[in-house]
Design a protein around this ligand. Sequence first.
Ligand SMILES: Nc1nc2c(ncn2[C@@H]2O[C@H](COP(=O)(O)OP(=O)(O)OP(=O)(O)O)[C@@H](O)[C@H]2O)c(=O)[nH]1
Length: 764
Amino acid sequence: MFLNNQNFEKKASSYSSGNNSAEKVLDLKNPQFIYKIRLESTVTNNLLNLDMDKSEVGIPNTEQHLELSSPPKIDKKNKNFNKSYDLLDTKKNKNRQRKKIKTKIHIDDDDNDNFRDSTSNSAQTVGDLAISLMRPPKPKSQLIKKVIGNNKITRQKKEQIDLSIDKSIILPNSPPESIKLINPLTIQELSKLICIPETDIIKYLFLKGISVTINQTIDTTIISSVAKNFGIAVESHDQNNKNRQIRNSDIPFIVDNHHCIDRPPVVTILGHVDHGKTTLLDYIHKSNNANKEVGGITQNIAAYEVEFKHQKIVFLDTPGHEAFTSMRSRGANLTDVAIIIIAADDGIKPQTIEAIQHLQKANVSFVVAISKMDKSLDNVDEIQNDLVVHNVISEKLGGSVPVIPISSVTGENIDKLLETILLLAELENLQADPTQLAQGIIIEAHLDKFHGPVATLLIQNGTLHTGDNMVIGMTHAKIRAIINNAKQKINLAEPSSVVEIWGLSSVPATGEVALAVSNDKEAKLKAIENESTNSIIVQKQKALNSRITLDTLSTINSKDENKQVSLIIKTDNQGSTEAILDSLSQFPQSKVQLNVLSILPGEITATDVELASTTNSSLIGFNTNFAPGTRQAAAKLNVIIENYQIIYGLIEGIREKMETLLDPEYSEVPVGEAEVGTVFSLANRKIAGCRVTNNKLLKNSLIKVLREDTIVYQGTIESLKRVREDVQEVQAGNECGIFIAEFQLWQPGDKIQSFDLVPKNRSL
Ligand SMILES: Nc1nc2c(ncn2[C@@H]2O[C@H](COP(=O)(O)OP(=O)(O)OP(=O)(O)O)[C@@H](O)[C@H]2O)c(=O)[nH]1
């Protein structure tokens, strides 16, 4: 039988990216109470409505009395609450504690359902409050006057509210004036963020009918309610904040305006491959990197600090090659201001457009630098006109985007470019609070032969000190060394610094948020917690490996299930790891499936060789080295190791591996046509008497027999006769007899189409 046409059809592969990052967010609609709360007044014997959407924390607007009808019981489920609750109970307060149980609590929800406000606004209400349920006092020096809208909280009022409880749990820092909210947080994290003891937060939520433990995560609506309750303003993520402290990070930053300082701008250079990003940076930085890059292309984000007119600027150089979309997007998201570089001799190209889109999406101001002007080309106007199509209107054309022709060879206009960058940065009013624990983003990370896992960190807020404990996704760290841009060891690094950090437990993913925490235990615990919410790389690897969905599986027959390329990949750093995964995920996998068993930064080791041998995988390196003993192991186990230096070489190498597993594919090329006139029998064999109507028929050629457009047979002409003679071919206009042993059902009027099968170029 012939290969069926359908076998040649491309099946669209469907992509399923499993989103495993389930967040632990409290369900507010169905909370658990530790003990029964009875509503008096308008609603009797009614539990609090906890739908935050309806009334933030669901307390009816009319004044209500909550009566704690029984003492808090220590039930298993809520023992953490009671533990933290007990913390508050110093001996001194035990009597009050007993009294509290019988005390009526008034919650006046009129004022933004703010428990503290409602209690503090009325002496009578304060009097009704159970004393031990109140917030502990801050030391006098920490009692700051805050303004929240028109609602001033004076020192005197604070002292009224903050009746003494337990001084031992006072946090070292004063609460910030405002916080920026993006992610859900645990009570513990929130406590650190707003410098309010966990017990106070738990208490506040408890009074709202929400029972939580310190490790439980609450969503941003509840965080917002808590923050407001403690007099801390909340900025939402999408708030158009011109006076932004830090831009585009996934973590909320603690910024106390009292301590905020101006910080240097982070500037990203984006553009198409070879348009001169690295050469421009070299000129600015007076280094010579473009010549050192393998294959002349940038393959990771490089970061530099430079000083111009006594002002520091942090530059990020991003790769232009198409494989590095994630890195460019990350660069755009980290940056305060950007430079889009366009080579005068090449104009706007795909990665230029992609860069523009990233910046527009991230709402980042940018300047366009038209490079290679020393090549004496006069097409600046043309490029400016072309930019209009992409919604980039230059100042010359009446828009707001500065366009500066430059040469990184002669240095023409580079000063003007830097001045423009500083001007744009000034408009952003960039600030950070160096008094906080460091927070930042991992720009790059790799496994170093001598120092172990090493990461390049952009500090966005706070100050990092040697010896600090950090959590970076699933990695924890006790910072052993901080290396600055000049490759010197330093003791501390302030906001908008790019530093290398040593002392990490593993190689973190690029783009991962790095947070300094107060102690080693917390860093380790958080790293373990983060394991459940997979790292970026693990998520991408899973998505890539699970690209065959049930739909696509049904199109693969049992033979095809073996069509799988298994890979073990070792890379130079996490940025490359991500870029490789991104590129591989572009491959269609309906015909051959990819299975990335492991992709990690680091040297290729004998263990990798053994794993490759036992799993029948290809072992591939990218810009990495061989650990001692690796080559011997490879020779012994007959494992071939491919080590690539340029990303597109690696991607093409893997594509070829997949293509070698493809079934051969053919196209049909028509040869001739005939029509059956009569059918006669000869010694019980049916012979089709035909006339060739187009071109020719050949003996042994492939044919289809069609009856009213339905194929009734596909096969080969076994015997072709002209009159009585066997012939090899019959030309158009002549009659012939065709015999095919396995097809005897000829009918007059059947149409015969003869064709050749020509091998096609195989593609995934
Ligand atoms: N004449 C001239 N050549 C330049 C200029 N800027 C860059 N080049 C040359 O253009 C080529 C590419 O420059 P790179 O700086 O490596 O380009 P890139 O944009 O960093 O490339 P990727 O990192 O691969 O994205 C190199 O040969 C540079 O010497 C310039 O202003 N004038």
